[in-house]
Design a protein around this ligand. Structure first.
Ligand code: NOJ
Length: 572
């Protein structure tokens, strides 16, 4: 069996994890110093967000050298120590591979922009201005695509009179994967890290590497009022014509030649479960699993800044679609990462009365689905969104650009700030809350992003001492996946799909069946399920101390989750 089917992955965003040298930014030695946190939790894999040299326009997702470590995070020796320490503790390491784009400060781009005749010109997407338009003026861009972080996806380069494509910031030019030299260079980088001992890759926006080479315009009117002339170009670069071919080529020339089995997970915004099945079907030799985005868009309108009330029925249906829709493929399971607001504030209830219970409930629901669960640093403590009060409190380029563009187009600054408070990526990026002390024990200096004031109530030191904490609940869930094969391999059935408060499902493997019952509300509820078959079930896990035998009829208190296990006898 592939080892990652019963593994749990823990994501480290190094800038915010732990600072060992007092410069206010987390680093590799800081991770080594906190290895006991990971071993006590029991995780199997660390996914490390980018640590490569970078100008940090997008906090390291803009890489200027693929084969080194940024001095702010340490050295290659520190990296080797980290790999060795993790491996000694039975934890594998997955690197973040950001190869849809580089930094504009990468030597490849410097060479490419040097002249129109550069031998590396074609490593990026260069195009002349739109005919008849004045270069550098609005509307002269080669296509009308909006960039993910606001404004046009093209930047004019005065020196050579052409534009380059950047789907993200203008400091993140897109590589041209049509060019076989680019693909070979990326494969070399991957082999270099594998030779250093890494165990796999998380691949940033990997479903954007193949663009329609004719670069058609997006449908006018699809980019939101604030974006003027611009339009949504996604149909022309999400899962483009050669995506599967490029991934198969990578698989065959890199992964398949590696002596050990790796973990490869692609970040793939905007895909359907049918596309997910193609990407993860082992017979097709592309990726092991993907991060899909369906469930994290259900509370969004046209953009992530337009908030919409979440309908639990849609959330359950989305999970069920992916559970049952991947065929021989495999799911990754996540609520949180460095791009998403904190799950307990978004899908749970961060009111102090319900925070811990709802954090545990979300963890149980996620981990008991079929797939590989991902925990984002601090999620195991139930860290919440942050009470940012002013635009100057934010550091994230996406948030700052959105504020600038929205206010310039007439939006009320208070409304924009309100949306940022619930949706900004900085919610996930405040330092991990280690203690209730100064700067929460993250740094002895000044943290690059201030700590959440609630670290006095939510912190690792207190939770590791408290067997009833969110931390220990995660530890029990992780242990359950390691010991109960039904959690890994059991069939999945969604129950009560129309219930607006209860999330109920079963997992079944041979004669073992689990029932997960969760109440995502502050009400007392009575799920309309027949309790008879569960009368003699064991209670495997719960977030209320006194849950004993299954009640008849079933009843759930506010934000209660209970997991029952029974042995199925013929006919029951
Ligand atoms: C997805 C990453 O997760 C995000 O943090 C980054 O800004 C974009 N890709 C661009 O690399």
């Amino acid at each position: 069996m592939t080892w990652w089917r019963n593994a749990i992955v823990y994501q480290i965003y190094p800038r915010s994890f732990a600072d060992s040298n007092g410069d206010g930014v987390g680093d590799l030695r800081g991770i080594v110093e906190h290895i006991d946190h990971l071993t006590e939790l029991g995780v199997d894999v660390v996914w490390l967000s980018p640590v490569y040299p970078s100008p940090h326009d997008d906090n390291g997702y803009d890489i200027s050298n693929y084969q080194d470590i940024d001095p702010v995070f340490g050295t290659l020796d520190d990296f080797d120590t980290l790999v060795e320490t993790l491996h000694r503790n039975g934890i594998r390491l997955v690197m973040d591979l950001v190869v849809n784009h580089t930094s504009d400060e990468h030597p490849w781009f410097a060479e490419s922009r040097a002249s129109r005749d550069s031998p590396q010109r074609d490593w990026y997407w260069w195009r002349p201005p739109r005919p008849g338009m004045t270069p550098g003026t609005p509307g002269a861009e080669p296509t009308n695509w909006v960039s993910y972080f606001g404004g046009p996806a093209w930047e004019f380069d005065e020196a050579t009179g052409e534009y380059y494509l950047h789907l993200f910031t203008r400091k993140q030019p897109d590589l041209n994967w049509e060019n076989p030299e680019v693909r070979a260079a990326v494969h070399d980088v991957m082999r270099w890290w594998l030779a250093r001992g890494v165990d796999g890759f998380r691949m940033d926006v990997i479903n954007m590497i193949s663009k329609d080479p004719s670069l058609p315009d997006g449908q006018p009117g699809t980019a939101g009022a604030a974006q003027g002339l611009l339009a949504d170009g996604r149909p022309h670069f999400i899962c483009g014509p050669r995506l599967h071919e490029f991934l198969r080529e990578m698989h065959d020339s890199v992964f398949a030649r590696h002596p050990a089995q790796l973990l490869t997970v692609g970040e793939t915004p905007g895909i359907s479960h049918e596309e997910g099945r193609l990407l993860t079907d082992p017979a097709r030799r592309e990726l092991d699993m993907v991060f899909q985005f369906e469930h994290v868009t259900l509370d969004c309108g046209q953009t992530k800044w337009d908030r919409r009330q979440l309908d639990l029925r849609e959330l359950k249906a989305s999970f069920a679609r992916w559970q049952n829709g991947l065929g021989d493929g495999w799911n990754s399971l996540y609520w949180d990462n460095h791009d998403q607001p904190r799950a307990v504030s978004r899908f749970g209830d961060d009111d102090p009365e319900y925070r811990e219970r709802s954090a545990k409930l979300l963890a149980a629901v996620l981990h008991l689905h079929r797939g590989t669960p991902y925990i984002y640093q601090g999620e195991e403590l139930g860290m919440t969104n942050v009470p940012f009060s002013h635009i100057d409190d934010f550091r994230d380029i996406e948030s700052l650009n959105h504020y600038r563009h929205a206010v310039a187009s007439g939006a009320d600054p208070d409304d924009v700030l309100d949306a940022l408070r619930s949706r900004s990526r900085d919610n996930a990026r405040t330092p991990v809350q280690w203690t209730n002390g100064r700067h929460t024990g993250f740094t002895t200096g000044t943290p690059w992003l201030p700590v959440n004031p609630n670290h006095t109530e939510i912190n690792a030191a207190d939770q590791r001492k408290d067997p009833d904490s969110v931390f220990h609940f995660h530890r029990r869930l992780i242990a359950l996946r390691h010991t109960e094969s039904v959690v890994v391999d059991g069939d999945y059935t969604l129950l009560l799909p129309q219930d607006e408060q209860v999330w109920a499902f079963t997992r079944r493997l041979d004669s073992t069946e689990l029932l997960v019952l969760a109440n995502l509300s502050r009400d007392h509820v009575a799920p309309a399920l027949d309790p008879t078959p569960w009368a003699h079930a064991d209670t495997l896990l719960t977030n209320y101390p006194d849950a004993g035998q299954p009640p008849s009829p079933f009843r759930l208190r506010p934000w209660e989750v209970v997991v029952y296990r029974r042995v199925v006898v013929a006919g029951s």
